[in-house]
Design a protein around this ligand. Structure first.
Ligand code: NAP
Length: 338
């Protein structure tokens, strides 16, 4: 995916204004003024930076703020300056062949976002499907993850292994799969890989409020994305705004509750009623509910019909009342341990 308004992102990042860029245009202007006055006593290059910063903030109003979903282009602008699609495909538990076929079906259907991980054992299959596709590489956005243990202990090697297995030139987004020993060290190595152009954006998975408060002061690059479990029975309504207010995009895993739970969620009477009212499926209602909360979706599927259905989310809109009815389904019921 292409990089947009790199000047504003780089400057905001350098000035520690990652949180500010998620706010309103007014808040952004305030931040710009504060940044300008804070740097006023510094040397002449700082003066130039402040002027560039103000110009960049002005132009951001036209360009769209990082974190805001664009329902026309179906993308979100990350705080790294890159655009990412807001719906895609998860590949957890897909075997090599299933994974290759699913990614191929996604790309043929117009989907461009793929989530894999070292732990899923299918990075090579994802890479092969991307390379075999007619879709230009720069239109595709691949996320992979480093796993605690050996990978966090030797992150330089782990990053190179991911690059080699995927074999698609660069990695669009790399996440730490969940907190663990050496996570700061692993993140710092990902920061180095960003500087070297091997990875475009970096982030975290399964980090919640306490974990983020402890982790963020120890790293330089604000994560572009946090990927956590989110579905109607486990909504994270306190965590999502906290993350979004930091200028970080939220992505949900297990949107249908994960295998073993999908039947209950997809046949939930509230969701089924709303689906019937719009002439869509329960799966589409759940995915659309996520998008309207500003949560990026990566449903897993090995069924091309489902993959197409899961991309078809823009012909209807949930009302405030329907959003509230789904919000009321929250049970705080986590379906995995992370
Ligand atoms: N960061 C983490 O710790 C973490 C943890 C878990 C998952 N993830 C990521 O999140 C992704 C999503 O999670 P998940 O795949 O485990 O679970 P999920 O998306 O909640 O559910 C997948 C199940 O839903 C079914 N399904 C998909 N689309 C459907 C549709 N339109 N209608 C009916 N059924 C449908 C699939 O069956 P079919 O194959 O028949 O379509 C599959 O059995 C994963 O693939 C992975 O990329 C991340």
């Amino acid at each position: 995916m292409k990089r947009k308004i790199p000047a504003i992102i780089a400057l905001l990042s350098a000035l520690g204004f990652a949180a500010c860029i998620q706010g309103t245009a007014q808040a952004e202007a305030n931040g710009a003024n504060q940044a300008a006055s804070e740097t006023a006593t510094e040397d002449s290059s700082a003066e130039t930076d402040s002027a560039d910063f103000l110009d960049a903030v002005d132009s951001s109003a036209d360009a769209g703020l990082p974190g805001a979903f664009d329902f026309e282009t179906h993308t979100v602008l990350l705080n790294s300056g890159y655009e990412m699609p807001i719906m895609g495909l998860g590949t957890y538990s897909l075997s090599d062949e299933e994974c290759y076929n699913s990614v191929t079906a996604l790309l043929e259907a117009g989907g461009r976002l793929i989530d894999t991980a070292y732990m899923y054992g299918n990075e090579a299959a994802v890479g092969r499907a991307v390379r075999d596709s007619d879709v230009p590489r720069e239109e595709i956005f691949v996320i992979t993850k480093l796993y605690p243990g050996e990978q966090f202990a030797n992150p330089e090697k782990a990053i190179q292994d991911a690059l080699d297995k995927l074999d698609i030139g660069y990695i669009d987004m790399m996440l730490l799969h969940h907190p663990g020993e050496n996570d700061v060290k692993a993140y710092q190595e990902m920061e180095q890989a960003v500087a070297e152009g091997k990875i475009h954006s970096i982030g975290l998975s399964n980090w919640y409020v306490d974990e983020l408060e402890e982790f963020l002061p120890q790293v330089t690059i604000t994560p572009a994305l946090v990927q956590n479990e989110i579905h109607p029975y486990y909504q994270e309504n306190d965590v999502i705004p906290y993350i979004q207010d930091l200028g970080i995009v939220v992505q949900g895993w297990y949107p249908f509750g994960g295998r073993g739970h999908t039947a209950e969620l997809l046949s939930d009477s509230v969701i089924s009623e709303i689906a019937a009212a719009h002439g869509v499926t329960s799966a589409q209602v759940i995915l659309r509910w996520n998008l309207q909360k500003g949560v990026v979706v990566i449903p897993g599927s090995s069924n091309p019909d489902h993959i197409r259905e899961n991309l078809d989310l823009f012909g209807f809109e949930l009302s405030d009342d329907e959003m509230e009815r789904i919000n009321a389904l929250d049970r705080g019921e986590k379906h995995d341990w992370y």
